[in-house]
Design a protein around this ligand. Structure first.
Ligand code: BTN
Length: 254
């Protein structure tokens, strides 16, 4: 169970998480924020989601060992949604790295030793043509020691790498702190998205396979633009491409 008092006694942020709403069971923490009246920085945590959503229509499965939360970010401009998706990935990755080194797989899957420990989903709702709500949600495998056989080759948790039980409350305070600092730096133009990618990417300058729709391409990951597009180099002809949309799979070839 997520303990509100532990969280509040350790919070280091001024804006994010000042209001925290904890639910035992919800359909999706993103839905709570998308459907209700919430303010910038409000956070929803659930002990269990019954209908967690992943990217590209996938489902997200969690259990009592997961940290599941969403943040309301109303007011963020439409044109920074894509960079924000990357910044949020840096914040989660950095928060997890307080315990054990974590890396990103574009755009913002967080991995430890190549296995996924966190997925993130940025969603927006519109009133007419106006962006009215922005919600960022993350599911993190925190204290799991075992995973179902069918996903154990690609999923892991923080605790599997630390051999200690991790406090979900403290982990969340660390992530929110990293996010608040990064958003402030982004706002005043001092956050270097491109440089941070070199630090956080699991595959920087390494071979990857990109699947765009039905096509598979061997590429070398070359970095990221400050708008959030991934820069890749086609192994066959050296052409540079910028990846920003489409159904993208992203595999590592050792
Ligand atoms: C992915 O890897 O495809 C993204 C997974 C995002 C899961 C989180 S859990 C909290 C929030 N609520 C949801 O329904 N989804 C996100």
């Amino acid at each position: 169970m997520f303990e509100k008092n532990i969280f509040l006694n350790n919070i280091k942020t001024f804006k994010l998480g000042k209001n925290i709403y904890i639910y035992n069971e919800v359909m999706s923490t993103n839905d709570i924020l998308l459907e209700g009246d919430f303010l910038y920085g409000d956070v929803v945590v659930a002990n269990k989601q019954l209908k967690g959503r992943g990217r590209s229509g996938r489902i997200w499965i969690d259990d009592e060992n997961s940290l599941i939360f969403s943040i309301c970010l109303n007011g963020i401009a439409n044109n920074i949604l894509m960079p924000f998706n990357i910044i949020a990935g840096y914040a989660v990755c950095s928060g997890i790295s307080c315990y054990t080194p974590a890396k990103l797989k574009w755009p913002n899957d967080c991995t430890i030793n190549g296995k996924k420990v966190s997925g993130m989903l940025l969603e927006a709702s519109f009133t007419g043509n106006n962006l009215s709500k922005i919600v960022f949600g993350a599911g993190i495998n925190v204290n799991q020691q075992e995973f179902p056989e069918e996903i154990s080759y690609r999923a892991s948790s923080i605790a599997k790498h630390t051999n200690t039980c991790i406090s979900k409350e403290i982990l969340l305070t660390n992530i929110l702190y990293e996010m608040e600092v990064m958003l402030e730096k982004y706002g005043n133009g001092t956050l270097k998205i491109e440089e941070l990618w070199h630090k956080y990417s699991a595959y920087y300058n390494r071979r990857i396979t990109i699947h765009i729709n039905d096509e598979k391409k061997e590429m070398i990951e070359k970095g990221i633009l400050n708008t959030g597009e991934l820069i890749v180099e086609d192994i066959e002809n050296g052409n540079i491409k910028y990846i920003n949309a489409g159904e993208i799979g992203y595999d590592f070839n050792s």
